[in-house]
Design a protein around this ligand. Structure first.
Ligand code: ADP
Length: 251
């Protein structure tokens, strides 16, 4: 917007202009394809909890029975929760796609990691290693919490018994490493798990209430700050998620 190409005055300039235009068109087509796929996937994902709620409600109405009603309502509640986290996730992604980004400030990654781990008192034990002193990164506090919560929730879902959270401060970038001792993620899936709606095993993730958006949200909020997310293998053979943000020195 606002940019103007100079008017061509020779054949060569005309050729390079045509080249630039073709690149632009190709990129526009790719963006349109991505958007179409995303809209289709989102509709598909929203349809399944809605359909399930509807079928359950129909069953409950057709067979009035208090025991059945209890069971049906529990299911309906679970599906409604999934639906609402899907909608929340879609809204966050839509805002980010539209360039709506909360302001960045220095966030103490070490403190955020310690308090996030305390939000997971049940299930596998969470061991936290943080550097002595503070570790400032440039991000919105809500983004750092989103990253920690999603990685810890996934780790809890997959770990056998132990999760390790490590924060490493650095002059240019600081890193968060979340390791678990679960089944891990095979190399061919490691890049793709960061894509919207990608799941390694469909049924299991759905029945555990997953939306397939968690890691896409993590990648989105980290990358828009110039950070990076990498997926690998933990020393115990489970999954390792490595997130880096730009460091800031606070005086
Ligand atoms: P979901 O809501 O399905 O968990 P995510 O985007 O959070 O969506 O994760 C995408 C997929 O990545 C999951 O369905 C799962 O297959 C895989 N995954 C994520 N975290 C782990 C982990 N710690 N160990 C093994 N697999 C994982």
């Amino acid at each position: 917007a606002g940019r103007r190409l100079p008017l061509p005055s020779s054949h060569d300039e005309l050729r390079s202009l045509a080249g630039a235009l073709n690149d632009l068109l190709a990129r526009r087509d790719e963006a349109a394809d991505r958007l179409r796929r995303f809209t289709g996937d989102a509709a598909h994902e929203l349809r399944s909890p809605v359909a399930s709620i509807r079928v359950q409600a129909e069953v409950a109405v057709a067979h009035p029975d208090p025991d059945l009603a209890q069971e049906v309502l529990t299911d309906v509640m679970r599906e409604s929760e999934r639906l609402s986290s899907l909608v929340d996730g879609l809204l966050t992604l839509a805002r980010s796609d539209a360039g709506e980004v909360p302001p960045a400030e220095p966030v103490d990654l070490a403190a955020a990691a310690v308090s996030a781990a305390a939000r997971y008192p049940d299930g596998p034990s969470v061991v936290v290693h943080v550097p002595a002193g503070l570790c400032w990164v440039l991000a919105a506090p809500s983004e750092v919490d989103l990253v920690l919560d999603n990685l810890l929730r996934n780790a809890c879902r997959h770990a056998r018994s132990r999760i390790t959270v490590t924060v490493i401060g650095g002059a240019a970038a600081s890193r968060l490493v979340v390791d678990d001792d679960g089944e891990g993620i095979a190399p061919e899936h490691r890049k793709k798990v960061l894509d919207r709606f990608y799941r390694v095993q469909d049924d299991r993730a759905r029945s555990s209430g997953g939306t397939g958006l968690g890691l896409a949200l993590v990648a989105e909020v980290v990358r828009r700050r110039g950070g990076a997310v990498r997926v690998g293998e933990s020393p115990e053979g489970g999954a390792r998620f490595l997130v880096s943000w730009r460091s800031v020195s606070v005086v």
